[in-house]
Design a protein around this ligand. Structure first.
Ligand code: GLN
Length: 255
């Protein structure tokens, strides 16, 4: 299952956020420690989003490649020249049956939002046909790829604006679990100032202090302060703020 990461804090280069730490997301692409539900490496592309302008409400900018992260020279090249106070990144291990390609690589970016998903919708696509059925055709046409993650992103994006980011994730996890109870739904959403995430049948860790916040599938280093997010919980984080709340879902209990 893919690995993802969100960073908020002092300005760093995008390259540093991807490769920094003894267990960076770069390293997790070929040596993840806690893959669940199949997959051994994350070699089906990667993506990264950042926010230019030091937290002044700028839109996110994305860079994606369908090749493994270790084979893209931008990571140790041009991305060493890009600095940001906020980064969201993902390395992909495509779920069986999902299309490959750059467009299927998270994070999906729209306006100030960047979204990633670790996991899979069980029984895709039939199990969630009911959720897609009510989406306006234009939303389906705007899906970045025909993947479970892109559908989840489409459902989340529709709610943003009317709901807080945390409420949007909570609602979509609730809907998806009701339709496909054995799904793995680690969602991650950033807007350059905050990070919202869920842990549903997959690993998630957080480390927050007064100046920075990291939310990641696996801790990116061996420093103190990492907390494992318990299954069935949601996270809201930014520097100096961490809230972990239970999700109103019971999952994984169906046969
Ligand atoms: N199901 C998603 C995809 O295929 C996410 C994959 C994963 O977490 N391994 O892109």
């Amino acid at each position: 299952m893919c690995r993802h990461l969100a960073y908020l804090g002092p300005s760093r280069t995008v390259s540093e956020v991807l490769t920094g730490g003894t267990h960076s997301v770069f390293r997790q692409s070929w040596a993840p420690r806690d893959m669940r539900g199949g997959g051994t490496i994350n070699a089906d592309g990667f993506g990264v989003a950042w926010w230019p302008g030091e937290g002044d409400g700028a839109d996110a900018v994305g860079y994606h490649d369908e090749r493994p992260i270790w084979s893209d020279p931008a990571v140790t090249g041009v991305l060493t020249q890009v600095r940001s106070t906020a980064v969201v990144a993902a390395v992909r291990s495509a779920t069986e049956g999902m299309p490959l390609g750059r467009d299927a690589c998270a994070p999906f970016v729209d306006g100030r939002w960047a979204f990633s998903h670790n996991g899979r919708i069980d029984g895709w696509p039939d199990s969630v046909a009911g959720l897609a059925e009510w989406l306006p055709a234009v939303e389906l046409l705007r899906m970045p790829a025909l993947t479970d993650s892109a559908l989840l992103w489409t459902l989340v994006r529709r709610r943003l604006g009317a709901s807080t980011p945390g409420e949007a994730l909570r609602a979509v996890v609730g809907e998806a679990i009701a339709a496909a109870p054995r799904s793995r739904l680690n969602l991650l959403l950033g807007d350059g100032t905050g990070v919202w995430a869920t842990a549903v049948d997959h690993s998630l860790a957080v480390r927050v202090d007064d100046v920075s916040a990291l939310v990641a599938s696996e801790p990116v280093d061996d420093r103190d302060g990492w907390l494992a997010v318990p299954d069935g919980h949601a996270v809201e984080a930014w520097p100096g703020h961490l809230e972990i709340t239970e999700l109103p879902v019971s999952y994984g209990e169906e046969s």
